[in-house]
Design a protein around this ligand. Structure first.
Ligand code: NAP
Length: 249
């Protein structure tokens, strides 16, 4: 039996791609395409089992409250989640023990793998730095993906008590050594012609390892969105990060 899916933000850049990908999947049934001004009641009347949200950080919490209180699983790509918002979601889920919520800061399977590989590798190298490269219209620096990668690397290094990274810099122009996220220097490049790219460079005596991911088009997020939809229906409770639905051992 196919999974009935609704998309919120269906006219947006990500939402419209998600509608195409869901329509093309034989095991999924796109039952509602909802955008600003449409009633959320459509989620219930369409019989949606999963709602995918690609709207706006200001709108997403209201959408999630409605969906979760009606026992509808959610797959969320909209950004801007902090601890406070996550605990609010956990509260709504507590009243619906069969319902699942996936919050995925990045649906790119390659991007998720890049973050996981980088964290694993960082236990074995003395030093690691991140260079993220994006189009010049991007508002935030460093990117959320780079910040998350740096946090994962920092956790991994601390778990094996790595020594601080050697750096003899005694004078530097502001920003020359990047921004420190956790223990990791992150360098942000903004250039026309770029889309979204990231390199994690690891170094130790006599060798370096570079892990690079390139996001070229929004279609690259769709295999991750479909994986999220198929997985959330069998994973009640809150899941933060698509890596939890991937076999990474
Ligand atoms: P977008 O093109 O602006 O699309 C958002 C759509 O949602 C618009 O059609 C918007 O309508 C609509 N909308 C706003 N509030 C709504 C509401 N209350 N109910 C229903 N629809 C509503 O943005 P986008 O580029 O698709 O990005 C959407 C979100 O996904 C952003 O937070 C972005 O950062 C995030 N994102 C996540 C990933 C990931 O992998 N997790 C990847 C890319 C983007 P109006 O235009 O009329 O306001």
């Amino acid at each position: 039996m196919s999974i009935k899916v609704a998309v919120l933000g269906a006219k947006g850049r990500m939402g419209s791609e998600a509608c195409k990908a869901i329509s093309a999947a034989a095991d999924l049934d796109l039952v509602a395409q909802i955008d600003i001004g449409d009633s959320l009641d459509l989620l219930v009347s369409s019989g949606a089992q999963v709602v995918v949200d690609f709207t706006h950080p200001d709108a997403v919490m209201g959408n999630l409250e409605f969906a979760l209180k009606n026992g509808i699983n959610v797959v969320v790509g909209t950004t801007g989640f902090d601890e406070g918002k996550l605990s609010q979601i956990t509260g709504w889920l507590a009243t619906q023990p069969q319902t699942g919520a996936l919050i995925a800061p990045n649906f790119g399977l390659g991007a998720v793998l890049m973050m996981q590989f980088a964290a694993k590798a960082s236990k074995y190298f003395e030093s690691v730095e991140i260079v993220e490269l994006h189009h010049p219209n991007k508002a935030d620096a460093p990117s959320g993906t780079a910040a998350r990668t740096a946090e994962l690397i920092t956790q991994a290094r601390r778990s094996v008590n790595k020594e601080p990274m050697p750096d003899a810099t005694s004078s530097a122009l502001d920003g020359a050594r990047g921004a420190l996220v956790g223990e990791v220097p992150v360098h942000s490049v903004r250039l026309r012609g770029l889309v979204a790219h990231q390199e994690v460079i690891l170094g130790d005596l006599g060798e370096t390892l570079t892990i690079r991911h390139d996001s070229i088009d929004r279609t690259g997020f769709m295999p991750g969105v479909l994986l999220g939809i198929r997985s959330v229906v069998t994973h009640p409770g809150l899941t933060f990060g698509l890596e939890h639905f991937m076999d990474l051992n």
